[in-house]
Unconditional design. Structure first.
Length: 222
């Protein structure tokens, strides 16, 4: 039987909102939204966006984690803050039952991703994301690829290529513009948001999802 890996984005896919935008909105001391516009217009890379935007955040790690804890719930019990999309726990359990390897590969920051997973009791999930160090002058953000080299962009592509080289059939789950390029490598795409719009406009086969139980239903058909 072909071994299967589910590569899943985090912000806007596992969570309904982008946790990094929540933190920047609450703590950045500068016009990070101008940088976001430049990133959305493909004028700067994701690495440059997060490096420059989080350099505006002077709060320490514990302060940011406390903010995440206040705003995060492991299920949709609240209509505010950063919450997980319905069905994530079901997706985790289904992958475990089927022997599928579930991996989060995200342009988001490792410290808050791990905190949100911890709040849900799911901290054992494999995560590859931006590495962070905290300094009084701001948060330092670095993307390190699977070969140990520093990247300015393309973290998701680097990992899906690695998984394919390891012989996996890769199922991709994502929502954003940054998911378009890596999703093209996948055996099957589950899409929402900007990724879904792109797939439909460019006749790229995908399965839409609203919550992650839709992904479980799709995986059952493999």
């Amino acid at each position: 039987m072909m071994k299967t890996l589910v590569q899943c984005d985090f912000d806007g896919t596992i969570t309904e909102a982008d946790a990094s935008f929540f933190l920047l909105g609450a703590f950045a001391q500068g016009d990070w939204r101008q940088l976001l516009r430049q990133y959305k217009e493909h004028k700067i890379s994701v690495g440059e966006f997060n490096t420059r935007a989080f350099a505006m955040v002077r709060a320490d790690k514990s302060t940011l984690l406390e903010a995440i804890k206040r705003e995060t719930l492991p299920s949709s019990l609240s209509s505010r803050g950063v919450k997980m999309r319905d069905g994530f726990r079901e997706l985790v359990n289904y992958c475990a039952e089927r022997g599928f390897r579930l991996v989060i590969v995200s342009n988001g920051l490792d410290f808050y991703i791990r905190e949100i997973l911890k709040q849900a009791g799911l901290e054992s999930i494999e995560v590859h994301a931006a590495q962070t160090q905290f300094h009084p002058s701001g948060v330092e953000v670095r993307y390190i690829g699977p070969d140990g080299s520093e990247l300015d962009d393309g973290l998701k592509e680097a990992y899906i290529r690695l998984f394919l080289e390891q012989g996996y059939r890769v199922i991709y789950v994502g929502n954003g513009d940054s998911d378009i390029s890596p999703a093209r490598y996948a055996y099957q795409i589950f899409a929402t948001g900007e990724l879904l719009g792109y797939c439909r406009e460019n006749n790229l086969e995908c399965k839409p999802f609203n919550d992650l139980t839709d992904v479980v239903s799709g995986l059952e058909l493999l």
